[in-house]
Design a protein around this ligand. Structure first.
Ligand code: SAH
Length: 395
């Protein structure tokens, strides 16, 4: 039986010829009746030309996710296995895979596999689905991962918010092999970090900031460092390694700070302090107390989840960065991160210009950085360039 047919509206086909993988409802003219969610579909232009094949979900705003532009290719196990092999080959070529460290092996749109991420921590894998159709095929993906990597175990983790948007209701659990005894230690630029695969945020760790943590750490020599939204204290550990006088981390999650304490103990570095609470509140308190730092890292969670939320999100970033500047001594470094895919580097730089004007400070951009190389960016889906990290000096 050939896949169901989806026809686009007149004038809506262009992005999909350009290989953007997300088809929103506004582009769709017709869908076959009673098409089950998760079905393989063929997408056609209004003029009746084949464009691409994808997977359908009536519950998601991303109605169809596209995977191949070849009409003869079916979306079967062999097809996905080749995509996984390509993704793993990239990380192998970059020298990123070994049994001691962490690495993102598969990154959704960036690897032409919209809706699945796979992270490797030591000998364990953690799979996270952001698409119902892909989640429905999970046993096939676990088979592929076992065939390619033979891990000690595979965890399944689903983010609650995303599960809701897609209609995925899965339990977080170990699906193949055996669980580790406890959190898994990984090495990052010579430092040890503990990763809790079953309960940590995301898949247990923020692999995307790996190179930024290292680069930012190098600026810390002789400075007091403020690590805002610190999670397990990654930026703090790197700063201490490079000679920070002291680090202060802020996070609203108690379990994140427990992890930070454990990481600090394992690495046995200089003095670090952790503050539990809302970043905005705690920053205001530090401002009031007249505290000053020579290096401040702001690494907030995603503020913009939809196009309508962009303006509010920019206001949030502006408020946050203003607070940061008030705590930064002259000649200090401000590291401003943003992980909203809908907000571009230009928008962040414009926001920083406004913040400089608000606070009457000169801001010099030193580095415009993205995520670590195991998080590539798909040229045809720039939303995959979600992480921006701008390193600045402020007089
Ligand atoms: N910098 C970290 C990753 C940060 S992820 C690293 O390099 O590993 C974002 C963090 O912000 C999470 O740990 C989350 O618990 C925390 N967070 C989210 N909202 C917050 C808020 N309003 N105040 C303080 N922390 C918050």
């Amino acid at each position: 039986m050939s896949p169901a047919r989806i026809t686009l509206k007149q004038g809506k086909a262009k992005p999909f010829y350009a290989r953007h993988p997300w088809v929103f409802p506004g582009a769709i003219d017709s869908v076959e009746e009673n098409l089950p969610d998760g079905s393989e579909v063929e997408v056609y232009s209004a003029g009746g030309n084949f464009i691409a094949k994808g997977l359908y979900n009536s519950q998601s705003k991303i109605r169809v996710r596209l995977y191949t532009w070849n009409a003869d290719q079916s979306l079967d196990k062999e097809f996905f296995k080749t995509k996984f092999q390509n993704a793993i080959q990239l990380r192998t070529d970059l020298g990123l895979i070994n049994d001691e460290s962490g690495c993102r092996l598969v990154f959704s749109e960036a690897d032409n596999l919209s809706g699945i991420c796979v992270d490797k921590y030591g000998r364990w894998l953690v799979a996270q689905f952001t698409s119902l159709a892909m989640a429905n095929r999970r046993e096939m993906f676990f088979d592929i991962l076992q065939e390619l990597l033979n891990p000690d175990g595979i965890y399944l983790r689903t983010e609650k918010g995303i599960g809701k948007l897609e209609g995925i209701s899965l339990q977080d659990e170990i699906c193949r092999g055996t669980p580790p005894d406890g959190p898994v230690p990984i090495v990052e630029h010579g430092l040890q970090f503990m990763v809790n695969l079953s309960e940590g945020q995301k898949t247990g760790y923020y692999l995307d900031q790996k190179e930024n943590r290292h680069e930012v750490g190098k600026l810390a020599q002789g400075r007091r460092v403020l690590d805002v939204f610190c999670y397990g204290g990654g930026f703090s550990m790197h700063a201490l390694k490079y000679g920070a006088l002291e680090t202060v981390g802020i996070d609203q999650s108690a379990s994140a700070l427990n992890l930070a304490v454990e990481n600090a103990k394992r690495n046995n570095l200089g003095p670090c302090r952790w503050i539990l609470g809302s970043a905005f509140e705690k920053l205001s308190e530090l401002v009031e107390a007249g505290e000053k730092f020579g290096l401040i890292i702001l690494d907030p969670p995603k503020f913009a989840r939809s196009q309508n939320a962009i303006n509010e999100a920019i206001k949030g970033y502006r408020r946050l960065n203003s607070l940061g500047l008030r705590l930064l001594e002259p000649g200090g470094f401000l590291v401003s991160c943003c992980c909203s895919g809908l907000i571009t580097m230009d928008m962040i730089e414009h926001m920083l210009a406004l913040v400089g004007a608000d606070e009457k400070r000169d801001i010099q951009v030193l580095q415009r950085r993205g995520p670590s190389p195991d998080h590539p960016v798909s040229a045809s889906c720039l939303e995959s360039h979600y992480l921006k990290c701008i390193i600045t000096r402020v007089m």
